[in-house]
Design a binder for this molecule. Sequence first.
Ligand SMILES: [Zn+2]
Length: 305
Amino acid sequence: MILGIDVGGTAVKLGLMTREGQILSREEAPVNADGYATPVLTSVLRAAERFLQSRDTDPEGIAVSATGQVDDRQGIVIGTNGSIPGYEGTDFQSAFRSRFGVPVHVLNDANAAALGETFLGAGKGCRDVLMVTLGTGVGGGVVSGGRLVRGHRGIAGELGHFSIDRGGLPCPCGGRGCFERYASATALITMARDASPDDPVRDGRDFFARVRSGDGAMSGVLDRWLDGAALGLAGLIHIFNPEIVLIGGGISAQQELLITPLRKKVFGLLMPRFSEGLRLEAALLGNDAGMIGALKYWLDQEESK
Ligand SMILES: [Zn+2]
């Protein structure tokens, strides 16, 4: 049994998994109950101890998916966008290894999701997968030739931070016109609020309900947002030549209003050879993708020892 741990900014998800990726038991615990006065690592360790004790289980390994920039060779968080105080420098690998005495492997959550979807999700059976999650920001991961593209320090796949407009919107990363500023769910809601200031949309659900009810202004917003998302995705497809592009994030559940028109716009921007055999689909695993990807990474690392 492998203990899967998915560390997010507000909560940690824990699961006991078989090597095949079946999650037999799961639990979730907060990591910011006291506004991060307790370090995230402490909260996660405590949650893991409780989880295993209550199930009387000794796992053979621990697979961690964690938010932030993670050096996946050392299992250390080496960068964040500053949103979690004291998180940078967290050494998940050493802490879990010394506490539980089993092999521990750690990787970034977006890369984990890409690997998870390739292992058991919508990209199952594919060797070249581009996964892009359109959420609060834009994250992602690239699987090329069946292997995760990790980069020199393990932080490759930062797919939200290349510019699609050098005179565009400033980005918290220090850049300008980053893809994330145009293609995230946050960007969509911001655009919708700007277009309808007297009756601001509440959230994604409200936005898509308005589009469905025939609100022309909101349909226009969606079309412009899709143009930005398609532009960035086309660039990524030209760089990586995937066989499947997976769209993750809550809004990817909008098949007719999002996935279908996005596919059409993306294909309209591609050089012909890049669209041959290419599919663009919604991801399948949802919130389990990170944990399942961490498991796959753990198996790969142990196998290559
Ligand atoms: Zn940026």
